[in-house]
Design a binder for this molecule. Structure first.
Ligand SMILES: [Zn+2]
Length: 547
């Protein structure tokens, strides 16, 4: 809803984006944030979050009556003075819970415009663009890493990237890798990879190598071609000011990354690599098989859950795996500290707030979805209790953790985060976790290999009937295919929906000896659905998900 009548402004046309990138990169590179400065900024923001929320409403919500939050507040009959009272009486998190209960929240499907917002007798539709920050300029566009839809576009700006690099300083300090030799193994497309590079550079960890799981040319880039094209145009000029050229290293062949780690460990006792969880695990599996020790390497992983199996794959090499949670375009929201358990992280509460919302997952199990609220003036989107399709556990420490984040006063933890988006196939839905357990634990236990060697995929077979394919990496050699199908059938039999799925798939579970396929953003999902639009519409779309 970028119409001028609403007061929303259009993002600035991207005139000379190459030059903007060059000056931002140069600034980040020459003036990285110091640890003292990072502590100061984050402490101040943490202590001021109640005020920041009220200020953001005054700047970004109340003057824009057509904005999503202003409309939801109006539906709930809540005015400026009411919110002030809530925050003063209950604190920010208590106020956000109160607002959520009054209907001031946006479900993921509502935020995408997939279903209308209905609150009482009011009914209206939203569009992803409605959440853009009307007072922040877009320096460049990014796309979300959505695997089903190809992602939606969002804007990003260098002020906010700089702000994110501040938490990166604290993160690297906490793991004793601030300003050590650093590399990124992140896809050059769609465009989030450049954000990773900039944030590291602003934190004093300017990457010396950039490995990309996607070829740094336009071949095979079938979606968001324009964005990809723009990124290509900025990478050239950036090389002149010190950006390492992207080198193609697929997840299936991590040798060049391992070689860099070994070389870097020859000149420094600690080195840092930033990559996706599955690529971190692939690196670990490769090094273990070759008998290579990676002691001294700290891998910042993210993009997918760092499950116990992935964690082990890294740890067995002597390297340290750090878990983090981020989404586009807001960036990193949580990170693990040395005393966090598997899949447990501290929430950075100085620039955002999070409250839970009880809702049903696709298979009927009640879960806590996350509703996000942005507090930074330069945040790319204006979020007040907006869901992002993820759920997990949310807890608050009674006593602060002994780590740097606890020392800064932050006590909220996020754990075991998963996507709500259901796996739908053949008219039945099953939770992603079930398939994840199969590919990460049950199948490797019975048949060998590790995480990354197995993946489920949908196949349209005779007459468009959907079947289930189990991909098994050929590198595992001969396996007992009947036993593999047996393991899958047994696991599916452990839940009602699994039984249903087993009924639908029947004997159409077959083993295919091909390597698992990654998403365009190099994620390795336990289940690869058919490309959007090609699946037979057997599944009736639910009317709404927030009932
Ligand atoms: Zn901690």
């Amino acid at each position: 809803m970028a119409a001028s009548s609403t007061g929303w402004v259009r993002p600035t046309a991207l005139v000379g984006p190459g030059l903007r990138f060059v000056s931002a990169f140069r600034d980040f590179s020459r003036h990285p944030t110091t640890l003292a400065e990072a502590r100061r900024v984050v402490t101040a923001a943490h202590q001021n979050r109640d005020r920041a929320f009220l200020d953001r409403l005054d700047e970004l919500v109340w003057p824009f009556p057509a904005s999503p939050t202003a409309r939801l507040m109006a539906c709930a009959g809540i005015e400026r003075g009411d919110v002030l009272e809530m925050v003063e009486g209950r604190g920010l998190d208590g106020a956000l819970e109160r607002l959520r209960d009054a209907g001031v929240y946006v479900s993921y499907a509502e935020s995408l415009g997939q279903m209308p917002v209905r609150r009482g007798s009011a009914r209206f539709e939203l569009h992803p663009k409605d959440f853009r920050n009307p007072r922040s300029e877009a320096d460049y566009m990014v796309v979300t890493g959505g695997s089903r839809s190809g992602g939606t576009e969002a804007q990003s700006n260098f002020h906010y990237i700089r702000r994110q690099s501040i938490t990166r300083v604290l993160q690297t300090a906490m793991w004793a890798v601030n300003r050590v030799p650093t590399a990124a193994w992140a896809p050059v497309f769609p465009s989030a990879g450049i954000g990773t590079i900039l944030k590291l550079t602003g934190a004093g960890n300017q990457p010396e190598r950039w490995f990309s799981q996607i070829k740094p040319n336009l071949k095979g880039v079938t979606y968001h071609k324009q964005l990809a094209n723009r990124m290509l145009q900025v990478i050239g000029p950036l090389r002149a000011v010190g950006l390492p050229p992207p080198e193609f290293v697929p997840a299936s062949a991590p040798e060049p990354v391992v070689a860099w780690v070994q070389e870097a460990l020859g000149r420094a006792s600690r080195v840092c690599l930033v990559t996706s969880s599955s690529c971190g695990a692939a690196l670990g599996v490769y090094a273990t098989e070759k008998g290579i020790s990676l002691a001294g390497l700290v891998i910042f992983m993210g993009g997918e859950p760092v499950t116990r199996a992935k964690l082990e794959a890294v740890r067995s090499t002597g390297a340290v795996a750090v878990d983090s949670y981020a989404f586009v375009p807001e960036g990193t929201m949580a990170v693990s500290c040395p005393s966090c358990g598997p899949e447990e992280m501290h929430f950075w509460d100085h620039d955002n707030a999070v409250v839970g919302r009880r809702r049903d997952r696709a298979d009927g199990v009640e879960v806590t979805s996350f509703c996000w609220t942005s507090l930074a003036p330069d945040a790319p989107r204006v979020l007040v209790n907006v869901e992002n399709d993820d759920y997990g556990t949310l807890s608050v420490d009674a006593e602060p953790c002994a780590c740097l984040i606890g020392e800064l006063g932050m006590r909220t933890r996020l754990a075991r985060i998963r996507g709500l988006t259901k796996v739908v196939t053949g008219g039945t839905t099953i939770p992603c976790e079930l398939l994840e357990r199969l590919v990460e634990e049950a199948l490797p236990t019975h048949l060998g290999g590790g995480p990354g060697d197995y993946q489920f995929a949908e196949a349209e077979e005779n007459g468009g009937i959907t079947g289930l394919i189990l991909r098994v990496d050929p590198r595992l050699g001969a396996i007992d295919e009947a036993a593999a199908v047996g393991v899958v059938r047994e696991a599916l039999g452990s839940s009602d929906n699994g039984l249903l799925a087993r009924g639908v798939w029947g004997d159409r579970v077959r083993v295919q000896r091909t390597a698992p396929v990654r998403t365009p953003t190099a994620k390795l999902l336990p289940f690869e659905p058919l490309p959007a639009g090609s699946m037979s519409p057997i599944d009736p779309a639910p009317d709404r998900d927030d009932g």
